[in-house]
Design a protein around this ligand. Sequence first.
Ligand SMILES: Nc1nc2c(c(=O)[nH]1)N[C@H]1C(S)=C(S)[C@@H](COP(=O)(O)O)O[C@H]1N2
Ligand SMILES: [Mo]
Length: 518
Amino acid sequence: MSALKQAPPAVPTRLSLAMATFLGLVALITALGVGHLLAAFVGYQASPFVAVADFVIAHSPHPVVVWAERTLGTADKTVLRIGLAVVLVGFAVLAGQLSRRRPLPGQVLVAVLGIAGIVAVYQRTDVGQLALLAPVLAMAAALLVFGWLHGRALPVTGAEATGLTRRQVLQRGAGVAVGTGVAAVVGEVVAGSGNAAGSRAAIGPLVPARKAPPLPPDADFVKLGSPPFITPNKDFYRIDTAFVVPQVRAEEWQLKIHGMVDKEVTLSYADIRNRPLVERTVTLTCVSNEIGGDLISTANFIGVDLSELLDEAGVRHGAQQMYATSVDGFTCGTPANVALDPERGAMLAIGMNGEPLPVEHGFPARIVIPGLYGFVSATKWVTDLEFTTWDERQSYWLQRGWAEQAPIKTESRIDTPAAGASVAAGTVRIAGTAWAQHVGIQRVEVRLDQGPWQQATLSAEVNKDTWRMWWAEVPAPSGGHTVTVRATDQSGYTQTDHPADPVPDGASGWHSVSFTAR
Ligand SMILES: Nc1nc2c(c(=O)[nH]1)N[C@H]1C(S)=C(S)[C@@H](COP(=O)(O)O)O[C@H]1N2
Ligand SMILES: [Mo]
């Protein structure tokens, strides 16, 4: 590195590896920081990082999405965040390396990435044209900073006067990185000040005119190892396609009902809230739930009857699907006859377990429809209900290979003992849950190893739209065992042992757990 004492100062012709890497990273931080600051004013989803992450999710091939959901579950967003950060750092380092002699090759790469960010924001439906400012100015800032620092680190011959020492370049670069880092934090704070949490906190108590009947004391067998009947909001499973949780303020929210209707209806939060509210206990289930999986939870939802709202709009004959749209671009197609059926108990929900809907669960309003998997029914942050035909519109997951019709399958799960558990030999207690929403559970049976089926004790039925807990005791001598469960619903159907994947319309098969008795 250091020049020989006597030799005249060498005019460098290329940047060191370290300096080139440094310049690339400063350019990256500049882009992300400037983009994030501007996004706070033009729409959080216009932040280049957020937009590119959402773009990746929306354009991932179907098998990749399925694989991510299956292996990563709800950690998939964190993995994506880290993966994307690693890829961006890789590009930043590459941009630096390409530019060891001249700034142009690195700038070309920066521009290509910048254009990707612009396209990602341009394709969004939840931000306006102005939002393009965020990625455009982020790219411009990165190009300028990169060119400027490059010119100080490696002045063109004859322009030595503008050259700086290595130390000075590092200082200036670090200054820019810190400045834009602060800009990103400011952006986060500004965006946060207008977010949904404040609006939610101001809602006040939601008092249903018709409360859900109180739970019978034997609605669950928590002491024997079943899950609690009502899932606390913080434990309720979550499925989101959006990279960041959409922020919708109740004051600004509107729901439009249109399409094949006699009269278009637009409702505000106050319009919904001021109606007599109903409360219903409903078990939601995700179609991606594997046999034995935990993408199923139960809550007391508060809201209004969807069928009443739809009657006011007057849905026309010939409408086949209710095509719901969320602010995050997620769409969902429900069979129109199910949405319209007053006996079904479909709701536009604004409350969950006595509170306004949590932001992650769709504040200010979502759809809840008993008996259908969430991807065809449970639109969160819903703003638009269009009545149309199946040919006219294809919802988010339908486009990705999942089914059009998706009633929840009759299934059961063993919660106790846990897989691989070691228990005392003798009488072993087995407990779990079973569900057949909108039909009801009639019977649950367990079997130890290849022994006879034995009937389990069921909890009191809360209603047909919720899960049902069960327990049983089996005689298990010391050694390894496998216990299996199967449920029969009130139509007389016993769940099939035929194993099916979640794609396209829900997993099937019997859940088994292996344990050791000592
Ligand atoms: N806007 C929006 N609504 C959505 C989804 C989504 O990704 N975005 N996921 C759906 C799916 S697949 C399910 S299973 C349920 C999950 O609701 P929860 O996250 O409140 O449990 O919401 C549905 N509604
Ligand atoms: Mo789902």
